[in-house]
Design a protein around this ligand. Structure first.
Ligand code: HEC
Length: 214
């Protein structure tokens, strides 16, 4: 019987070393490299931080799963005809500096929304569309969000925002009032506008940094 390094002990060592190598390679590739690439990303001059109400609306967007059907990442013309669809130029890292968590999305059951504020700036339209999507886009598969609104007989109270539905959808004597969550969500949607020119590439940023140091 031999007490040297056995066949199976060698296998254990190989397993541990192999696992460490794979783990470090994965960390380098998925954590360190993206960090190095993105650490100098600065807010583009045309992009404003979200207001408190817009941030509230962003939470409503997340809570209601809008991201499951809507992306926020118009692609380059080589990948998809997004610019021709009116969704805007291909997005760049700087467009997302204020987005935590990001809402890039993977599904496009509905249109990309990164520039919806530029394309559709009407609060009335958005409120009505959230209350009754099919009143605005016949055959739309988007769900309605009636619980963000209060339907009442009679008049709205002063200061309340009434949804102006198309005549065929408005019921006589009834008012549809937007709740704060609907108003915040629409503030967020109207604020989505990355139509300013894309920020310069990393080479230009390096030049800028050098210039700033001098
Ligand atoms: C089941 C998928 C689905 C979900 C969930 C969904 N949408 Fe939609 N959305 C669509 C589809 C499909 C359209 C295109 C038809 C239409 O205009 O209604 C659309 C259209 C839109 C539009 C108009 C876009 C344009 O370019 O005209 C906006 C704004 C919008 N959705 C916002 C939202 C918000 C905000 C939420 C979450 C509260 C949401 N959607 C949830 C499917 C969805």
């Amino acid at each position: 019987m031999s007490f040297g390094v056995g066949k199976y002990e060698m296998d254990e060592l190989r397993l541990v070393v192999g696992a460490m190598v794979i783990l470090s390679a994965a960390t380098a590739l998925l954590v360190v490299m993206p960090y190095m690439l993105l650490k100098d990303t600065r807010p583009p001059p045309g992009l404003k931080p979200y207001t408190p109400v817009q941030l509230e609306g962003r939470q409503v967007y997340i809570a209601n799963g809008c991201v499951y059907c809507h992306s926020q990442q118009p692609r380059d013309i080589a990948q998809a005809p997004d610019a021709l669809r009116g969704w805007g130029r291909a997005s760049v890292a700087g467009d997302y500096v204020y987005d935590t968590p990001h809402l890039l999305g993977t599904m496009r059951t509905g249109p990309d929304l990164l520039n919806i504020g530029a394309r559709q700036p009407s609060r009335d339209w958005h409120l009505g569309h959230l209350y009754a999507p099919r009143a605005y886009t016949p055959g739309s598969t988007m769900p309605a969000y009636p619980y963000m609104f209060e339907v009442r007989q009679g008049q709205a109270k002063p200061g309340e925002v009434v949804v102006n539905l198309p005549p065929a959808y408005a019921k006589p004597g009834q008012v549809v009032v937007a709740k704060p969550e609907a108003l915040a969500l629409v503030e967020y949607l109207i604020g989505l506008d990355r139509t300013y020119p894309a920020l310069k590439g990393p080479e230009d940023l390096a030049v800028d940094r050098k210039a700033a140091r001098q």
